[in-house]
Design a binder for this molecule. Structure first.
Ligand code: NAD
Length: 477
């Protein structure tokens, strides 16, 4: 059992007068960690203390900040086994996936440590006796509010980019993964000057108190509803808001594709991390010509997944994060069935401990069902049969969200239409999770705003200043 401490003003163990929260292992209900809950007053004091540390960190040479981030990455690497085990214990994902998330986070820290000192501004072509340039500067105090579904990878992105560009950071990890956030903050803090990183723990009220502070940036990765509440709070303080929020990513299965291969892609996209990935496949539009064979293959794959606690090495499908979330997932499935959809495999809440939910394939879905239109965030693959590629593209595009989309097709013209026409940040052709390193996109609509990843995230955490210098009295220095 982990007992977590907050980090405020460079001091571990500060505050926590708002009570205590306990996290339970979603595989068996056993307690994993207990965390203090910050009061609004403590959040305010942490923001003040962070402001006090901001100028010195901003003035530290970029190369020195990068060296600190490299040391931080080393410390996270040394804690990989423990971090992965805690991720699995707190939110349930299979241990190999948890380790993959930690390794991805370490990679991101190192990339930002390499890239940040290389990024400068521009010189301008002004008058011959003047000096004109544009230069990026740290924004100041960043509040980073993160989710539970891939807690190390997501946090390392925001924290690494914000810190290496010279900002001080108030970090509020999800209340479902506080021990993960605490282990990560301990590793980072050991490599940074005291006060540069703060850790506040607790639930939505702590996040809301943080978003209401006089900070310079609020960066939130999480649900759309929370992102909107944060944007509203930041409108009152003038803080810049970066939002990487929910999605309902479509998968289009075009006529003429191999149904077995399409089912393999769909199963990976819909069932990995029990569907709890922002870019999970949330809805499938299958061409009528291939739909029957595709669904049969998908049902076989769903039924064959090995389900169990994430700590078992052969588990492919772990539990959902908790029973409250399972109720949400099952509620959407049950509502679709009540509206005429048909469960082909899964779809029942199992007896026994934990928050398990089976890989589920639902057919006879309509595009207007909440199971199809809303984010489910569970291991559920709803299939809508379409009569043409046009219909598939039209349905895929018709969504409040705009995160990502995948199209499986052997037609180059269909692939070209997909990337040109779909109103989403990321389009993937013939691979649900592919992509080159450093790729970053703008989420659209209800999926958020601003770059949340890649080198562009470094720019989000800096403010560009234009400078014009002339000699005094139009003469000489
Ligand atoms: P969430 O928004 O409920 O919680 C995320 C964080 O926000 C937590 O730290 C939480 O305490 C805090 N929070 C909650 N209410 C708040 C409020 N009113 N004000 C300020 N902070 C508040 O999200 P979650 O359930 O932890 O994560 C799942 C969601 O995250 C899904 O919707 C998923 O799609 C999304 N997600 C998006 C991306 C992306 O890159 N687009 C990546 C991962 C997860």
């Amino acid at each position: 059992m982990y007992t977590i401490a907050q980090l405020v003003g460079g001091v571990w163990g500060a505050g926590g007068d708002g009570g205590e929260l306990v996290v339970h292992d979603p595989a068996d209900g056993s307690p994993v960690s207990t965390a203090p809950v910050a009061t609004a007053d403590e959040v305010g004091k942490a923001a003040q203390a962070a402001r006090g540390a901001a100028a010195e960190w901003a003035a530290t040479a970029p190369a020195a900040r990068a060296a600190a981030l490299h040391r931080a990455a080393d410390a996270v690497a040394a804690a990989t086994d423990e971090l992965a085990a805690v991720v699995t214990a707190e939110m349930g994902k299979p241990l190999a996936d948890a380790r993959g998330g930690v390794e991805a986070g370490i990679g991101t820290l190192r990339q930002y440590a390499e890239l940040a000192p290389l990024r400068g501004g521009r010189t301008l072509n002004g008058a011959g006796d003047a000096l004109d340039f544009m230069t990026p500067q740290p924004r100041g105090v960043v509040a980073a509010i993160t989710p539970w579904n891939d807690p190390v990878a997501v946090s390392c992105g925001l924290l690494g980019a914000a810190l290496v560009t010279g900002n001080v950071v108030l970090y509020k990890p999800s209340e479902r993964t506080p021990a993960t956030g605490w282990l990560l903050a301990r590793a980072l803090d050991g490599a940074l000057p005291a006060g540069v990183l703060s850790l506040l723990t607790g639930g939505p009220q702590v996040g809301a108190a943080l978003a209401a502070q006089e900070v310079d940036v609020v960066a939130h990765v999480g649900s759309t509803a929370t992102g909107r509440a944060i944007a509203a709070a930041a409108a009152g303080t003038g803080a810049k808001v970066l939002l990487e929020n929910g999605g309902s990513d479509p998968l289009v299965v075009d006529a003429g594709v191999d149904p077995e291969w399409a089912a393999e892609q769909a199963a990976l996209g819909a069932f990995a991390n029990a569907g709890q990935i922002c870019v999970a496949v949330e809805r499938i539009y299958a061409h009528r010509d291939v739909a029957e064979d595709f669904v049969a293959a998908l049902v076989r794959r769903a039924g064959a997944l090995r389900t169990g606690p994430g700590r078992n090495p052969d588990t492919e499908l772990g539990p959902l994060v908790d029973r409250r979330h399972r109720d949400h997932v099952h509620g959407q499935v049950a509502a679709a069935v009540a509206a005429g959809a048909r469960v082909r495999v899964g779809g029942e809440v199992p007896d026994g401990p934990g928050a398990f939910y089976p890989a589920t394939v639902v057919t006879d879905c309509r595009h207007d069902m909440p199971l199809v239109r809303e984010e489910t965030f569970g291991p559920v693959a709803p299939v809508v049969v379409v009569d043409s590629y046009e219909e598939a593209l039209r349905c895929a595009a018709d969504s409040p969200y705009g995160l990502a989309a995948t199209v499986l097709t052997a037609s180059m013209s269909h692939a070209q239409r997909a990337w040109r026409e779909l109103p989403v940040g990321t389009v993937k052709i013939n691979s649900v999770f592919g992509g080159a390193p450093g790729g970053a996109a703008h989420p659209r609509g209800a999926s958020g705003q601003g770059f949340g990843y890649g080198p562009e995230l470094l720019d989000e955490f800096t403010a560009t200043k234009a400078v014009h210098i002339e000699a005094p009295a139009g003469g000489h220095w």
